[in-house]
Design a protein around this ligand. Structure first.
Ligand code: SER
Length: 601
């Protein structure tokens, strides 16, 4: 039976892959734990990178899940029919297990069998890699599609731009993919109409990536001994296509949220283009914000990193919500609907509900207050501009710094007045005041595979020792709230109600250094969540009952559930120094720390 709702598609997907021997694993956090290259989890494969690179996954070699994903790179496009900043991705993986033949047969079965999607075979199109240089055309994939009954005219051979995945860095696993499309009733846009032209006749629903090469530092593609499969299907988009509706906002992922906005604003979705766009922006942004704050590693709005993206999302939603005429407090009402809608699938939303609502309320009222002042300031600014049609960098920074206008908002307001913003000037002022410039943050949204360099690994190990030392010195209430590692430093957020004293900081530092000096071996064991807990392991217990997890032990000092990777001995860290202890948000402290230079770089 064709699934009609997100829930039906979710369970159909997981059951299908379960029946093919896959272990169902839970969605990872939307905030990557040890990946400095991106702020958010952007695809189902993202949390699995260490395993795609060869680490053994405790749940086996066949995995399936539904992953919460966030992509904020195209935030300005939200409001059109298809761009979402949050979406769920259905995925399955072979870690050196099955490959092309099996995957293509299963994709065909899932798409066409009346027990699953039951799609019309003649209304499906497929793309495969056309080949380039030393890499041959993927006739293997095309051949398997045809073996299953696909007509040759429904197979399109496309370039690297369309049918190649990875590596996101300079080197690493990569390979051709084959993408699956539904052919709509829309007329071909011309004689060369194909899934590549983007005219809307072909709607992509699924992507099978075949990681069969390793790109080496000298630019060669060496076939991998252990080949992987990584597939992804966007849940919202697929349900939209299956329902035959025009936009994701007309699917069950959004109808409840849209109804709430209508109730609170007295307006109707579809009243006018501007109203429809505002409905979509409010719905999309608050859904994403709710998932960011409702995450086990949830953050609060701030001026850096994930917190900054969150602030932008909430403030943009508030601005459009006010335009729709909703009264203050509307963000919490809408978040309530979102949490109720998703709590069964993502119980963390219910667990963190109080935090989500409190943070939303705070940010909304903070922003509403400054918005009015800021808009007056903006109008003054515009009247001062005279002939110039450009808002200078310092003024844009002033709006940001004093009135909390994210630069994106200044840009939008400027555009509404036919003006532009001196972005470079703004960035210079911003960079002078912030460690991390907005330009840097944007860069990071585009990142992909993590770089598991030695330095990152060593800092990750230092994070475990720091966590353990904090608990010794401050008590067992200390709990990790977030972690972020760059090539230079580690950052660790934890629940703790007050500033640490100088003495406490010195004690923690001394403990970690003592444990580094002890140079104990670091061991890993695969076990169940329950056994790990019984052995006293700490860590985010987001795994399901009975699930197999990895537990890292560092001598008698630290025991934590974690995916790795880690140094082999604590001595590899050389030394440890806390650079900063500060407040991150209410009840959460933040430590930045560095370690000694790698003795064997
Ligand atoms: N990594 C691929 C994608 O994001 C398949 O999961 O489309």
């Amino acid at each position: 039976m064709k699934p009609q709702t997100s829930g039906e598609l979710r369970s159909m997907w997981l059951n299908f892959f379960k029946s093919k021997g896959h272990a169902v694993i839970p969605s990872a956090s939307v905030i990557p734990e040890n990946d400095p290259t991106v702020l958010f989890t952007t695809a189902g494969m993202h949390p699995l990178v260490p395993y795609l690179l060869g680490s053994k996954h405790p749940a086996g070699t066949r995995l399936t899940d539904v992953q919460k994903c966030i992509r904020t790179g195209d935030i300005d496009e939200v409001g059109d029919a298809s761009h979402l900043t949050f979406f769920e991705m259905l995925g399955n993986w072979s870690l050196g297990d099955y490959f092309k033949k099996e995957m293509i047969a299963w994709s065909w079965e899932f798409l066409t069998s009346p027990d699953y999607l039951g799609l019309d075979k003649d209304r499906l199109a497929f793309t495969v890699f056309e080949g380039e240089g030393e890499i041959p055309r993927d006739d293997e994939a095309a051949g398997y599609w045809m073996e299953n009954g696909v007509k040759p005219e429904n197979i399109y051979y496309l370039s690297r731009e369309h049918n190649w995945w990875g590596p996101a860095g300079q080197t690493g696993p990569c390979g051709p993919d084959t993408e699956m499309f539904i052919i709509t009733d829309k007329e071909p846009c011309g004689p060369n109409c194909s899934p590549a032209c983007g005219c809307g006749r072909f709607l992509e629903i699924w992507n099978d990536v075949f990681m069969q090469y390793n790109k080496t530092a000298d630019g060669r593609y060496v076939p991998l001994a252990k080949k992987n499969v990584d597939t992804g299907m966007g849940l919202e988009r697929t349900i939209c296509t299956l329902n035959g509706v025009k936009t994701v906002y007309e699917t069950d992922a959004f109808t409840g949220i849209i109804a709430k906005i209508a109730e609170l604003s007295g307006k109707h979705y579809g009243d006018s283009e501007a109203v429809t766009r505002a409905f979509r922006i409010v719905a999309d942004h608050l859904r994403t914000a709710t998932f960011i704050m409702g995450d086990p590693r949830g953050v609060s709005p701030s001026n850096v990193d994930q917190g900054y993206v969150l602030r932008r999302l909430i403030r943009r939603a508030v601005r459009y919500g006010m335009e729709l005429g909703m009264a203050e407090g509307f963000t919490c009402e809408i978040a309530g609907v979102i949490i109720a809608q998703y709590a069964d699938v993502y119980p963390e939303l219910r667990q963190n509900e109080a935090f989500v609502l409190e943070q939303l309320k705070l940010e909304e009222s903070r922003f509403a207050r400054t918005l009015r002042q800021g808009e007056r300031e903006f109008d003054k600014l515009v009247s001062r501009l005279g002939e110039s049609r450009v808002i200078d960098g310092l003024s844009a920074f002033h709006l940001y710094d004093t009135y909390g206008f994210p630069i994106e908002m200044t840009r939008e307001l400027a555009a509404e007045h036919g003006l532009t913003v001196d972005e470079k000037g703004f960035a210079d002022h911003f960079a002078a005041h912030q460690k991390l410039s907005q330009a840097g943050a944007e860069q990071r949204f585009k990142g992909g595979l993590a770089d598991h360099s030695v330095q990152t690994t060593r800092l990750h190990t230092a994070t475990h020792l720091l966590h353990a030392a904090l608990r010794r010195v401050l008590g067992d209430d200390v709990a990790q709230k977030g972690s972020n590692i760059t090539a230079e430093r580690l950052r660790f957020d934890f629940k703790f109600g007050r500033k640490m004293t100088k003495d406490e900081i010195a004690q923690v530092e001394a403990l970690v250094n003592e444990w580094i000096q002890a140079d104990v071996p670091i061991t890993m064991k695969e076990t169940t969540v329950e056994e790990a807990k019984a052995e006293g392991a700490i860590g985010l217990f987001e795994s399901k009952y009975g699930e197999r997890v990895r537990m890292y032990t560092m001598g008698p000092y630290s025991k934590e559930i974690c995916g790795g990777p880690h140094a082999t001995h604590t001595g590899e860290l050389v030394s440890f120094k806390i650079q900063k202890e500060e407040s991150s948000s209410a009840g959460v402290r933040r430590i930045k720390a560095v370690i000694g230079a790698d003795p064997n770089p």
